[in-house]
Design a protein. Sequence first.
Length: 410
Amino acid sequence: ESEVNEAKEWYDAQRASFSVPKGVFGAAIGKNLIVIQVESLQQFVIGLKFLGREVTPNLNEFARSVSFAGSAYNQTSSGNSSDAEFLANAAFYPASAGVAYTRFAGNSYEALPKFLRERGYRAIAMHGDKAGFWNRGHMYPALGFERFVSKKDYSVDEVIGMGLSDKSFFTQSLAMLKNEKQPFYAFLVTLSSHYPFNWEALAKRADFSIDGYRGTVVGNYLSAIHYLDREFGEFVKGLKASGLYDGSVVAVYGDHTAIPRWDSPALSRLLGVDFSKDHNWRYTQRVPLMINVPGVKKLPVSANNSFGVINLPRTLALLLGFDFRYGLGADMFDGAQRPVIFRNGSFMAGDVFVAPQSKSAVNVRSGESADYGEYEGMGEAVKKTLAVSDRILEYDLMPRMLEGGKESAR
Ligand code: GP9
C-alpha cells in the first residue's frame, strides 16, 4: 500500500508539472490524426545520398515541408516495435524484464486511442502482420483501439518478409481511411523494412543500387528504406489527393534503430563517422520524428530538450486541443529540461548522455565529457520514473492513479 501511495504521489506531481502551451494548443482542433510508425527507420538515412541518389527522397521532401522535422532517441527495449507503439500510445516505458505488450495486455490504460475515442474520435490500428504478433490482438483493445486491421483483413496480394508488403499495406489502408468516419486516429505500422533487410521480394522491388555494400546489412538496409520511402511517398500523395492530408495531423517516426553495432564498420565507411568513439554511436541511435499540422509552418518545440517517442501522445493531443496528462511523457513544447529516459536508467539531458551506472556524462555531438555531478539529481528522478512506470504496470495501477477524479488529469 505504501508503494502504491508513493507511486500515486509521484504520478500526481508529474502530471501537475505539465502545462498547456500557448499558441499551439488546439492548432489542429477537429482534425484527424494519422501516425505512421516506420519499421527500422533510423535518422542517418534522412538527407543521405548514395551513389548520387537520395536514399529517401520522399521523406526528405516531407521533412522540408512539415511543421516539425527532427529526431528522437530510441527508447525501446526487448519489445522492439511493440515498445515503440507502447511509448507512442500509452506514454509508458518498456517493461523492466520481458515485453510490456505480452506481460501487461490485461491492464487498464488511459492511452491516447482511448482518450481520443472518449472525445469523439474513431481509433484504428493498421498493420500487415498476423494479429498475434507481439500480442497486438490483445493489446490494441486494451489501449483503446476499437478496430485493428491486421493481415487477415487485407487482401494479401503481395508479401515481403513477415507480411503484407508496404506498397499493398499503404494502398489498402488509404482506401479504408478514405471511407472512415471522421475525425479518426489511424495508427499505421509498416513492416517491409525489417531486419535483416534482405528479403528477396524487397530487393527486386527496391530498384536501388547498393554497389560497394552488397552483402552488408547496411547495403540491404539502404535498399529496404528506399523501397519504404517510395511507398510512403505514394501514401502521402494519396492523402493529399483525397483531402485527408489537409484534414489531418500526420506524424511519422522510426520505431527503433536498424544497424547493429557489429556492422558499424560498414556504417562508418558509409557516413565517414568514427564509431569506435562511443559518443558518435550514441548520437546515431536516433530515429526520425516528424509532425505536420495543416497551416502551421513551424512548431515551437523546446530548444532545451532532446526527445523520445514517449513525448508524442501529449504533444499530439495538445495539437488536437486536448490536455492529455495520463502517461509519463511530457510534451515537446515544455521548456523545462526533461530527460529522455532509456530502459537501463541512462538518459539524455539535451545533448548530454548520462550513464549513472558508470557515473559518466558526455556531450554526444562534441564528444566532450560533462560534469556528472550536475546530472546526479536528474539521475535520481529518472530512477524513480522508471520505478513508478514499472509499479503502475506490474500492479495494474492506472485505476488507483486516477482516484480522486479523472478530471484532475484533464
Ligand atoms: C512485427 C513487426 C516487427 O509485426 O512489427 O517487429 P520487431 O521485430 O521490429 O519488433
